[in-house]
Design a protein around this ligand. Structure first.
Ligand SMILES: [Zn+2]
Length: 224
């Protein structure tokens, strides 16, 4: 059965419901020469659909497709609303949701949104409301537009991947790169915008990684 989408509902059709609202949160930012700008959004939407297929009474919100991506500024196509606006947006979504959307869970596909998510969770908690967050995490994953994300996209949207243009970027560990990225953005450490190495990415690996993401999200959401 296709997952329920909030945008397809009418207001009366939700009356009396007590749903879990899944909010896919992505980004519109450069992903090297071979992956689309909406890579993180596609992953977040796909995880939401995977979760909705396995947990009852879920409904998927329209995705938030522009996040906090200031670190990718200077690469063509990148858009960002920044941490403060994203924080406010998440808080307002929680404030305005009625009892029919009893639980709100953000499914986050972009690491740079983490600061806004933490801040929004804190504001909501202080107001006596709950905002739950699941964020993409895979053991051993490379940071950005590398083997991990390329495999995921080869599984989810192969037509959107220009695999013949996939080349390695900066493969140093992310914790070594982070201070430089905080300072001068991804530009500072990678000419092609890739952090990692997409060489060897495959749809089969992407299918395994994606299943692990959905399992992780389902486990977290079911645990509460
Ligand atoms: Zn990404």
């Amino acid at each position: 059965m296709a997952p329920r989408q909030l945008g397809d509902e009418t207001s009366p059709s939700l009356r009396g419901d007590r749903c879990t609202l899944l909010v896919p949160l992505g980004a519109t930012e450069q992903h090297g020469p071979h992956l689309p700008l909406d890579t993180d959004t596609r992953i977040a939407v796909a995880v939401a659909e995977g979760v909705a297929a396995r947990i009852d009474d879920t409904i998927i919100a329209p995705p938030i497709a522009i996040g906090a991506s200031g670190e990718h500024q200077g690469f063509a196509g990148t858009l960002s609303v920044g941490t403060r606006v994203l924080t406010d947006m998440l808080v307002e979504i929680v404030r305005t949701a009625g009892p029919e959307l009893a639980r709100i869970v953000v499914l986050n596909g972009h690491g740079g949104n983490a600061y806004a998510l933490r801040a929004a969770v804190d504001v909501c908690a202080a107001e006596g409301r709950s905002l739950e967050v699941w964020s993409i995490r895979l053991p051993g994953a490379d940071a950005h537009a590398g083997r991990t994300e390329t495999s995921l996209l080869l599984h989810l949207a192969p037509e959107a991947v220009a695999i013949d243009r996939a080349v390695a970027g900066n493969t140093d560990p992310l914790d070594e790169l982070l201070p430089k990225i905080m300072d001068g953005g991804v530009r500072e450490v990678s000419d092609n915008g890739v952090l990692g190495d997409p060489t060897g990415a495959s749809a089969a690996e992407g299918a395994r990684l994606f299943a692990a993401l959905v399992d992780d999200a389902v486990a977290q959401i079911s645990a509460r």
